[in-house]
Design a protein around this ligand. Structure first.
Ligand SMILES: Cc1cc2nc3c(=O)[nH]c(=O)nc-3n(C[C@H](O)[C@H](O)[C@H](O)COP(=O)(O)OP(=O)(O)OC[C@H]3O[C@@H](n4cnc5c(N)ncnc54)[C@H](O)[C@@H]3O)c2cc1C
Length: 400
């Protein structure tokens, strides 16, 4: 797998330097970073910011989200978390749009004895990995979050796991990119265009009010495939061994709103309630995001009564006051997931095509580092060492 820059010399007469397919937080952040480095960038998406990035809660939670056998991913997650405060400040300055970054910390709590034992195991694992996480008694949990139900057995406080509002983030990235003359095409890519084994552009179908001239083949010096859960489908025409194995994992998530009074929660709360996990992400404006299911259902985005019931029951079990909140929204969307739960970032092995996808549960968290890695690969000439373990090449044998 070559790690040298996949970007040929710009030829603005025949198209942009870079065509980014997909305007979720990943594609948008890449477009912004590449435009900052002076490249002419076009982004194609029929509905920017409206897929997984619209559904996401926006937890920036590498420590409370740590999973066994995902230690390599943990390093990338921690590095992106470290970059978040500066990234948010820079983006807000560049766009004039707040992104809702809150350094609020996270409290993970357990409802019954089994949940408590599981949380104890997680805490031991966090300490083994050298992570900062503090075990709290039931009483201490209620001192941090007075709205918690008295049944809570205990918890783990992680000062460094924060949040951002992904909808505001997408809006800010769109605005910052527009200010740098990134061109947005409201179209759907139907296929990649291959010539002599290289990717040289994409075939675009537009709809609605998009200018008719935006339809057809758009050639570019480089294509970045950042189409979330749809990335593998788009890459289906590539030679064997080069299709990134990204599949959809459905998530259903709720938005409630506090109607009056001081915010019910001070920071993020993750709960284990009789073996099922739920999280509460409170915004300063009174919104509380309640998430989320994890379902292997292919491309289905049906909202189900059972998912809403379970999420509300578990959320209410943690914070009974939520029963008084306005029910604002339920959303179902698709996380882009790979076989090892880590993203694919880097040269695809096909000349002219870079992949940035498969961010699964952590795409919002990983936005700053992913955009920096791709910008460095494209304009600096090589993938930084931090990004090498996430090369699409690691799935060469699996891809079809
Ligand atoms: C319920 C839920 C909760 C989540 N919570 C968190 C969280 O708290 N923290 C966190 O870090 N992550 C969270 N995630 C994960 C996060 O949302 C994703 O990892 C991230 O949004 C992926 O971003 P993306 O840009 O790759 O994909 P998406 O946001 O899905 O964007 C892909 C884009 O590609 C476009 N596209 C698709 N096909 C085409 C085509 N043919 N042509 C042109 N464009 C196309 C789509 O329209 C879409 O806009 C959550 C996800 C879900 C579903």
């Amino acid at each position: 797998m070559p790690t040298s820059s996949p970007l040929p010399p710009a030829d603005r007469a025949t198209g942009p330097d870079v065509l980014v397919i997909g305007a979720g937080v990943i594609g948008l952040a890449i477009a912004w970073r590449l435009a900052q480095r002076g490249l002419a960038v076009t982004v194609v998406d029929p509905a920017p910011g409206r897929a997984a990035s619209w559904a996401a809660a926006g937890m920036l939670a590498p420590v409370t989200e740590v999973h066994y056998q995902e230690e390599a991913l943990l390093g990338l997650n921690l590095e992106s978390a470290r970059r978040w405060a500066d990234f948010a400040a820079e983006l807000e300055g560049a766009s004039g749009t707040p992104v809702g970054y809150r350094a609020c910390g996270t409290l993970a709590v357990a409802a019954d004895a089994g949940d408590h034992a599981w949380l104890g195991e997680l805490h031991r694992f966090q300490l083994e990995l050298g992570l900062r996480a503090e075990r709290l008694t039931s009483r201490e949990c209620r001192q941090v979050e007075p709205a918690l139900a008295p049944r809570i057995r205990g918890g783990v406080r992680v000062e460094g796991d924060h949040q951002v509002d992904p909808r505001r983030l997408s809006a800010a990235l769109l605005e910052a990119s527009r200010r740098l003359r990134v061109r947005f095409v409201a179209g759907r890519v139907e296929s990649l265009v291959m010539e002599a084994g290289s990717c040289v552009g994409a075939v675009i179908a537009t709809a609605g009010s998009a200018p008719a001239g935006d339809s057809g083949t758009l050639r570019a010096g480089l294509v970045v495939l950042a189409a979330g859960a749809w990335s593998s489908e788009l890459a289906a025409g590539l030679p064997a061994g080069h299709v990134p194995p990204i599949r959809p994992v459905k998530g259903q998530i709720l938005r409630l709103r506090q109607r009056e009074g001081a915010p019910v929660l001070n920071g993020n709360v993750r709960g284990l309630v009789e073996g099922s996990s739920v999280y509460l992400v409170p915004r300063v404006d009174g919104e509380v995001v309640v998430g989320a299911t994890m379902e292997e259902q292919g491309f289905d985005t049906t909202v189900t009564a059972g998912a809403v019931l379970n999420l509300l029951r578990d959320a209410y079990g943690l914070v009974p006051e939520l029963a008084e909140f306005e029910f604002v929204e339920v959303t179902a969307s698709l996380r882009p997931c790979t076989p090892d739960n880590a993203p694919v970032i880097g040269a695809s092995g096909v000349d002219g095509l870079v992949v940035a996808g498969g961010h699964h549960r952590n795409g919002v968290l990983l936005t700053p580092v992913t955009a920096d890695l791709v910008a460095e690969l494209v304009t600096g000439g090589s993938m930084p060492a931090l990004g090498e373990p996430f090369s699409p090449a690691r799935f060469g044998a699996l891809a079809r």
